[in-house]
Design a protein around this ligand. Structure first.
Ligand code: FAD
Ligand code: DHB
Length: 390
């Protein structure tokens, strides 16, 4: 097979890039190691920045999002037994976020791709990249016992943190920066009414918690947990009890619990690979960087990378100039590091770190008090939460 762009991975980054290239008349194939159902079954992000929504509109997949997505103009921070509202819209001149599951974004993109007839290979085994610094790099994979080869002009590595793309770059050509956090998030999805119309981020002695949602009848909640936790030890009642113990009495009483329809533990990590390019391979999304989920930035960063990368590829095929492609990594990384800073800060602010000790706890309490008492500090939080400009 010969295409202009080979995209590795059909997560949000790969699918959105595929759609934008397809609309621009650029021939691309998506090569995904898992099945379509597996990709659709992953429960992950829930909060979309306005810029991400605009990108999905540009990709022609925004209709259901506008019908079913929940527009949020603020969220609460709960600490010391009291809830404090962050008025996102009031603090940012009217900006909002939309609560719409990553699963739904993925479904809309997969449906649009299938309708357009664009090529996707699911269940591709042993994907490998070759000739990244040659004019025509190649992707090889196994499908139904046979080896296949795709020759292309460029490879877009959109295969997430554990993918093959970043690992195909010689170590000396890429610098990595990493911070691993000493805890994880235990998340539960349930068909229960959300405890509040807006998200509640909780800082409590027992650890962080988050009450989020997917719809007016579906909740998504998380509690900070030790990395050594075993899901088997977390029957639903224990999860709801732990969450309730981190809420103020009024919210705890309003919390409706019910059977989980998904339960998982996610580790927290900050990670950046620089540059986001090697020869004709361009990395986008989690393949190049990870943020801890506290600031709701991962999916949104994948979208902003795709904004820069799709623009650069479209420019290349329209003008034969590689200037935009050459500038891709630096442009994307500027925004990536802003999101890294914000996600690190919000994680630090709201979680319990075993190593912080009594002094650290007191400083955290003071920081939370300062935040909710200062319009300037609240504005800084709101500005990053709704998403920095592209
Ligand atoms: P992925 O979604 O990881 O997709 C990569 C794809 O590549 C996958 O389909 C994978 O199967 C495929 N792949 C992997 N290896 C190969 C290979 N060798 N060959 C071919 N294909 C391969 N972000 C937000 O913005 N807001 C949130 O509220 C938020 N909440 C989160 C909550 C949790 C619990 C978690 C875990 C994450 C959250 N995130 C959030 C982060 C967000 O889910 C990710 O940043 C996002 O999925 C990144 O998209 P991606 O397309 O880059 O990578
Ligand atoms: C969700 C996840 C997040 O990391 C976050 O900050 C907000 C919401 C969610 O899954 O709904």
């Amino acid at each position: 097979m010969r295409v202009q762009v080979a995209i590795i991975g059909s997560g949000p980054a790969g699918l959105l890039l595929g759609q934008l290239l397809h609309l621009a008349g650029i021939d691309a194939v998506i090569i995904e190691q898992r099945s379509r159902d597996y990709v659709l079954g992953r429960i992950r992000a829930g909060v979309l920045e306005q810029g991400t929504v605009e990108m999905l509109d540009r990709a022609g997949v925004g209709a259901r999002l506008h019908r079913e997505g929940l527009i949020h103009e603020g969220f609460d921070i709960l600490f010391g037994g009291a809830r404090h509202r962050v008025d996102l819209s009031g603090l940012t001149g009217g900006k909002k976020v939309v609560v719409y599951g990553q699963t739904e974004v993925t479904k809309d993109l997969l449906d649009a791709r299938a309708a357009s007839g664009a090529k996707t290979v699911f269940e591709a085994g042993e994907v490998s990249l070759h000739g990244l610094d040659a004019t025509h790099p190649k992707v090889r994979y196994l499908k139904e016992g046979r080896e296949h080869q795709v020759e292309c002009d460029f490879i877009a590595g959109c295969d997430g943190f554990h993918g093959i793309s970043r690992r195909s770059v010689p170590q000396s050509a890429m610098q990595t920066y990493e911070r691993v956090y000493p805890f994880g998030w235990l998340g539960v999805l349930s068909d229960t009414r959300p405890v509040s119309d807006e998200l509640i981020y909780v800082s409590h002695e027992r650890g962080f918690a988050l009450c989020s949602m997917r719809s007016p009848t579906r909740s998504r909640c998380y509690v900070q947990c030790s990395l050594a936790e075993d899901l088997e030890q977390w029957p639903d009642e224990r999860f709801w009890g732990e969450l309730r113990s981190r809420l103020d009495p009024k919210t705890a009483e309003a919390l409706v619990s019910g059977p989980s329809i998904e339960k998982s533990i996610a580790p927290l990590r900050s990670f950046v690979a620089e540059p986001m390019r090697f020869g004709r391979l361009f990395l986008a999304g989690d393949a190049a960087h990870i943020v801890p989920p506290t600031g709701a930035k991962g999916l949104n960063l994948a979208a902003s990378d795709v904004h820069y990368l799709s623009g650069a590829l479209i420019d290349y095929y329209a003008s034969a100039s590689s200037a935009a492609l050459d500038g891709y990594s630096a442009r994307a990384l500027r925004r990536v590091w802003q999101a890294e800073r914000f996600s690190w800060w919000m994680t630090d602010l709201l979680h319990r770190f075993p190593e912080h000790g009594p002094f650290g706890e007191k400083v955290h309490a003071a920081e939370l008090e300062f935040l909710v008492g200062s319009r300037a500090a609240m504005s800084a939080l709101a500005e990053s939460y709704v998403g920095l400009p592209y």
